[in-house]
Design a protein around this ligand. Structure first.
Ligand SMILES: [Zn+2]
Ligand SMILES: [Zn+2]
Length: 336
């Protein structure tokens, strides 16, 4: 089978012929229909994640159909459509696993990072971490739900739950890409007003945000005329922490949703004063996955996608890096 492999630091991905793996234990062999391109993949390529096991196949927003079952696999059948997210394995024994926080598992493995991912024609995944997906619908439009949507939703819950019951809730989203364009739809459906912050001067991105129902859209150097209750940072820019703190009201929260961020510059304590808080969000739990996918189906979330062939993964990544995308980039594989 063909895979786009990350073979050495600083080098682009290489289209490689690799032998077809066979599933062991609880593994499924999955024929990939589509795989989303995530900001995390860029952090991987830029060497910003620790202990990268070269060579590795990136990709953790995988939609595909089950092609073969490991001897212990029993949850899915051949032909079922499944989603493979970032969380690939947890130990089940550590402090975090035993307290419903498997997203923080000390021995977790991750799809497209510490095990091979979906920038490939086929992929192996442990069925206990796969999510059932509907057979209908374009695979490319489901793929962004599996990380951008899912981990974005974990950040959204952390930002919004328990906040300001009974008054309009206002949520800032910094970086209006794959995750924010899905979350804006969730927020709107739940009566939360969205304030979209893009790169300064990105009028196309601001227009896209308004089309998706944003109350306000502007540059990340601007301030809306009213306090925000919370803000989520999807752009991996440390300087946005103080920018966002400057826009949230006392008691408000700033959530950093990326796996990597540039250093956070010093800022005056008064920005944090008033019981404002800053938090990160790490990974996902399987319960997050099930909850978000059922919400996405109920709300009919619509992903805006730009499709690329597997062999054009480097192009898709460059488009993502330059901010030239509307919505999410997805690698789409031809039907077998
Ligand atoms: Zn664990
Ligand atoms: Zn991701």
């Amino acid at each position: 089978m063909k895979a786009m492999r990350f073979v050495s630091p600083g080098a682009p991905l290489v289209l490689t012929e690799v032998s077809l793996p066979s599933p062991r234990g609880h593994e499924l062999l999955i024929r990939v229909q589509a795989c989303g391109v995530c900001r995390t993949d860029l952090h991987l390529l830029d060497g910003e994640l620790p202990a990268i096991p070269f060579p590795v196949t990136p990709g953790h927003e995988i939609v595909g159909t089950v092609a073969a079952l490991g001897p212990e696999a029993s949850e899915f059948r051949i032909g079922d459509r499944v989603g493979v997210p970032w969380l690939a394995f947890t130990c089940g024994e550590c402090l975090y696993c035993r307290s419903s926080r498997e997203n923080l598992c000390e021995r977790a493995r991750f799809t497209g990072y510490t095990r091979d991912g979906g920038y490939a024609e086929q992929v192996l995944a442990d069925e206990r971490y796969c999510l059932p997906l509907p057979a209908a619908g374009a695979a490319a439009e489901l793929a962004p739900l599996l990380c951008a949507g899912l981990i974005g939703y974990r950040a959204y819950r952390l930002a919004c739950l328990g906040e300001t019951v009974g008054e309009p809730r206002r949520l800032g989203l910094y970086g209006f890409g794959a995750a924010a364009h899905l979350l804006a739809q969730v927020a709107r459906a739940q009566g939360v007003q969205v304030f979209a912050f893009t790169r300064p001067g990105d009028t196309a991105g601001q227009r896209f945000a308004r089309e998706l129902g944003a109350e306000w859209a502007g540059g990340s150097d601007e301030r809306p005329g009213e306090w925000l209750d919370a803000a989520i940072l999807f752009a991996p820019v440390g300087a946005l922490v103080s920018a966002a703190l400057g826009c949230v009201r006392p008691g408000g929260r700033v959530v950093c949703a990326g796996i990597h961020m540039s250093d956070v510059p010093a800022f005056p304590y008064r920005l944090l004063w008033g019981e404002r808080s800053v938090s990160s969000v790490a990974n996902l739990t399987r319960a997050d996955g099930r909850e978000f996918l059922s919400l996405a189906a109920r709300l009919h979330l619509k992903a805006t996608v730009q499709r690329f062939a597997l062999g054009d993964a480097n192009l898709a990544l460059e488009r993502l890096r330059s901010g030239a995308l509307e919505g999410a980039a997805v690698l789409e594989l031809p039907e077998a």
